[in-house]
Write a protein that binds this ligand. Structure first.
Ligand code: FAD
Length: 629
C-alpha cells in the first residue's frame, strides 16, 4: 500500500557523481532536499578508473569548484597522487589529473552529504516519477513510499535496466556487484521520453603483491602539488605512484584468437560504447598495426591492495582475461581480484532537455549525468551541479543559469548534449571547445566565480578573496605595460646573460615577457620595484601577457558568436509556417526547439540557408509586431 513519507522542494534520484552535486547545490541554496541511492555505501562510487581530471575534464572540475560544487574539494581531501599534465604545451591544454583513494572519496562525499543542512539521504530505489499534468510532483519508491517534491532530478547513471556482460554470461545488474534499477525506465517511457541503450566497460583489478613493478616504469606525482579547489591552501602529502607497462604481441594474439567469444563481436552487446575509453579488444581490432598499447597500473587506494589496470577494459570471458593479463610484462603472476565486465544501460536522449537540463515535456523534471548519454565522473558532476542549481532557481522564480560555449567547458558539454544529441557515450575533450584558450583550467575563477557568488553557492568571504586576487592581477598586468626598460649597459648585459636579444630602444616589461625565452621570474633582475606575488597571480599575469594577441583574437570570435546567441527564438514559434526551410531542418528545429539562432546553427541538418530563412522570418515577425503596437 502506498504511503506518504514527506514533502520536499527537491528530490534527487541517485547519489552518484551527478546526484551528490545536485543534492548539495539545492540544499545549500536553502531548499528542503531528499536524495535516494540504491545503496548508501556506494555514494559517489568510482565504478571505473580511480582518477579525476585530465585535459577538458580537469577544467570542468575547476569550473564546478568556482560555481560552489563539491568535487574539487573532495578530490583535494582524498587524492593519493596529483599531476599537472601537458606542462610543456600551451596553457589551453594544461590540466590537473589526480589519482584518488576510491573508498576515501566515497566516504568523504557521504560524510559531506550526511552533514549538509536541508538534505536527507535515503537508501531506496525510486520506481516512478509522479506528475500532475505536465508538471512533476514527486517520486514513488519500491516500498511504495510517496515523496512529494516541487522538482525532481534524475541522476541514475548506469543503473537503468543495467545488464552485466562477461563473455557468454550476462545478468541483470548494476556496477561493482550492486543492484540495477529495473522499473524507472518504464515510468520515463510512460511520460513520453525516448530512451537509448549504451554500454561501457571496466578492466580487471589485480592484487598489488602479484605485480612485478621492477619491470615497469614508475609514474610519480608532482613535487609541487597544485590543488583542484580554489578554496584549498597548499597541500603537502605523501603520494603513491602509478606504473607504466605495455601489451605485446602475445597479448594481442590471445585476444585475436578469442574475438569469436567477445560479446562485443558476437553481437550480444548492442549498446554503443565510449570511443575514447575503448575496450582492449576494440583497440586490437581498430589499431591492427599497433604492436603494443600503454597499460597503467593504478592503485585504487591506501587501505587496499587492489590495483586498476588502465587500458585493459574488457568483457572477454574470464579464462581469456587471466591469460591476456598475465601476458603483460610485470603481470606474469597477476592475481585477479575482480574481473573486467561490460555494462549496458538505458539513457535518455538528451535533445529532449533544455540547456537548463529541465525536460521539455515535464516541467521541473531534470536529468543529469550518465543518464544523459555522457561518460565520466566529471561530466556527471558538472551536469548534476547545473541541474541542482536550476531546479533551485526555478523554485525561487529566479533567472536560470545557462553557461554558454564561451563561458565554460560545462557550457560546451551541455550545449552539445541538448543541441546535437549523442551517438555514443559523450566525453568532454579540449577539441570540442572552440574557445579553449579562454576556457583554461587556471582561470575558471575569473570566468565563473561571479556566477557562483550570485546564486549564493560561493561565500562572500571567498568572493572577496577572489576580487582581491583579480585586482592584483589587473594591476600587475598594467604595471608591466607601464614599466619601461631602457637599453642601458646593465640591462643589455642582463639580457645577454639571459641569452635573449639586447635592446636598442626602450621596451616595456610586458614586451620583454612576451619573448618565449623569458618568463616572469627570470625578469625579476630587471624589475627593481617588483613585489612578490602569489604563484596563481603570476600565472595569470604571465598567460595574459604572453598570449595577449591570441586571447584578443579569441575574444573577438566570442563577440561574433554572441551576436547569434543573442538572437533569441521565441518559444511559441511555429516552424510549419516558415516558408523556405528545408524538410530535415524543419524536423530537427521542431524537435530541439533551440533558444537562439546560434543554437539553431549547431543542430546537424540545419544548413546556413535555413539560418538565413530563419533570420529573415524573425526580422519580419519583429517588424510586424512593431507595426501592430
Ligand atoms: C563498468 C563501468 C565502466 C566505466 N568506465 C568509464 C570510463 O572508462 N571512463 C569514464 O569516464 N567513465 C566510466 N564510467 C562511468 C562513470 O562511472 C560514470 O560516468 C559516472 O559514475 C556517472 O555518474 P552518475 O552520477 O551519472 O551515475 P552513477 O555514478 O552511476 O550514480 C548513479 C546513482 O543513482 C543511484 N540510482 C540509480 N537508479 C536509482 C533508482 N531508481 N532509485 C534510486 N537511486 C538510483 C545509484 O544508487 C547511484 O547512487 C564507467 C562506469 C562503469 C559502471
Amino acid at each position: 500500500m502506498e504511503y506518504k513519507v514527506g514533502k520536499y522542494d527537491v528530490a534527487v534520484v541517485g547519489a552518484g557523481h551527478a546526484g551528490c552535486e545536485a543534492a548539495l547545490a539545492a540544499a545549500r541554496m536553502g531548499l528542503k532536499t531528499v536524495a535516494f541511492a540504491i545503496n548508501l555505501d556506494s555514494i559517489a562510487l568510482m565504478a571505473c578508473n580511480p582518477s579525476i581530471g585530465g585535459p577538458g575534464k580537469g577544467n570542468m572540475v575547476r569550473e564546478i569548484d568556482v560555481l560552489g560544487g563539491q568535487m574539487g574539494i573532495n578530490v583535494d581531501k582524498t587524492f593519493i597522487q596529483m599531476r599537472m599534465l601537458n606542462t610543456k604545451k600551451g596553457p589551453a591544454v594544461r590540466a590537473l589529473r589526480s589519482q584518488l583513494d576510491k573508498r576515501a572519496y566515497s566516504a568523504s562525499m557521504k560524510s559531506t552529504i550526511e552533514n549538509q543542512a536541508n538534505l536527507d539521504i535515503v537508501q531506496e530505489e525510486v520506481i516512478k516519477i509522479l506528475v500532475d499534468g505536465d508538471r512533476v510532483k514527486g517520486v514513488m519508491t519500491k516500498t511504495l513510499g510517496i515523496y512529494e517534491a516541487k522538482a525532481v532530478i534524475v541522476t541514475t547513471g548506469v543503473y537503468l535496466r543495467g545488464r552485466i556482460v562477461i563473455g557468454d554470461m550476462s545478468y541483470n545488474g548494476g556496477p561493482s556487484g550492486l543492484f540495477p534499477a529495473n522499473e524507472l525506465s518504464k515510468s520515463l517511457e510512460d511520460l513520453g521520453f525516448e530512451l537509448g541503450r549504451f554500454k561501457t566497460g571496466t578492466p580487471p583489478r589485480i592484487h598489488k603483491d602479484s605485480v612485478d613493478f621492477s619491470k615497469m616504469i614508475i609514474q610519480p606525482g608532482d613535487d609541487n602539488i597544485i590543488p583542484f579547489s580554489f578554496t584549498s591552501d597548499k597541500i603537502e602529502r605523501k603520494q603513491i605512484p602509478c606504473w607504466l607497462t605495455y601489451t605485446n604481441k602475445v597479448t594481442h594474439k590471445i585476444i585475436e584468437e578469442n574475438l569469436y567469444r567477445a560479446p562485443l563481436y558476437t553481437g550480444d552487446i548492442k549498446g554503443a560504447g565510449p570511443r575514447y575509453c575503448p575496450s582492449v579488444e576494440m583497440k586490437i581490432v581498430n589499431f591492427k598495426n599497433k604492436t603494443s598499447h600503454q597499460i597503467f597500473i593504478e592503485p585504487e587506494g591506501i587501505g587496499t591492495n587492489e590495483m586498476y589496470i588502465q587500458g585493459l577494459s574488457t568483457s572477454l570471458p574470464v579464462d581469456v582475461q587471466i591469460k591476456m593479463t598475465r601476458s603483460v610484462k610485470g603481470l606474469e603472476n597477476a592475481k585477479i581480484m575482480r574481473f573486467g565486465y561490460a555494462i549496458e544501460y538505458d539513457f535518455v536522449i538528451p535533445t529532449q532537455l533544455k540547456p537548463t537540463l529541465e525536460a521539455k515535456a515535464v516541467q521541473s523534471l531534470y536529468m543529469a549525468g550518465q543518464i544523459n548519454g555522457t561518460s565520466g565522473y566529471e561530466e556527471a558532476a558538472a551536469q548534476g551541479l547545473i541541474a541542482g542549481i536550476n531546479a533551485a532557481l526555478k523554485i525561487k522564480e529566479k533567472e536560470p543559469l545557462i553557461l554558454s560555449r564561451s563561458d565554460a567547458y560545462i557550457g560546451v558539454l551541455i550545449d552539445d548534449l541538448v543541441t546535437k544529441g549523442v551517438m555514443e557515450p559523450y566525453r568532454i575533450l579540449t577539441s570540442r571547445a572552440e574557445y579553449r584558450l579562454l576556457l583554461r583550467q587556471d582561470n575558471a575563477d575569473i570566468r565563473l566565480m561571479d556566477k557562483g557568488h550570485k546564486i549564493g553557492l560561493i561565500s562572500d568571504e571567498a568572493y572577496k578573496k577572489f576580487l582581491k586576487k583579480k585586482k592584483t592581477i589587473d594591476e600587475e598586468i598594467r604595471r608591466l605595460k607601464s614599466v619601461k626598460i631602457t637599453p642601458t649597459a646593465r640591462a643589455n648585459k642582463v639580457l645577454e646573460q639571459l641569452e635573449t636579444a639586447m635592446l636598442n630602444s626602450p621596451s616595456t616589461l610586458a614586451e620583454l615577457l612576451k619573448r618565449p625565452e623569458l618568463n616572469y621570474d627570470i625578469l625579476k633582475v630587471l624589475d627593481e620595484n617588483r613585489i612578490d606575488l602569489p604563484s596563481e597571480v603570476v600565472e595569470q599575469v604571465e598567460i595574459a601577457t604572453k598570449y595577449e594577441g591570441y586571447i584578443k583574437r579569441q575574444i573577438a570570435q566570442v563577440e561574433q558568436f554572441k551576436k547569434l546567441e543573442n538572437k533569441k527564438i521565441p518559444e511559441d514559434i511555429n516552424y510549419e509556417e516558415i516558408y523556405g526551410l528545408g524538410f530535415e531542418a524543419r524536423e530537427k528545429l521542431k524537435k530541439v526547439k533551440p533558444l537562439s539562432i546560434g543554437q539553431a546553427s549547431r543542430i546537424s541538418g540545419v544548413n546556413p540557408s535555413d539560418i538565413t530563412v530563419m533570420m529573415i522570418y524573425l526580422e519580419t515577425r519583429r517588424r510586424k509586431k512593431l507595426h501592430v503596437q
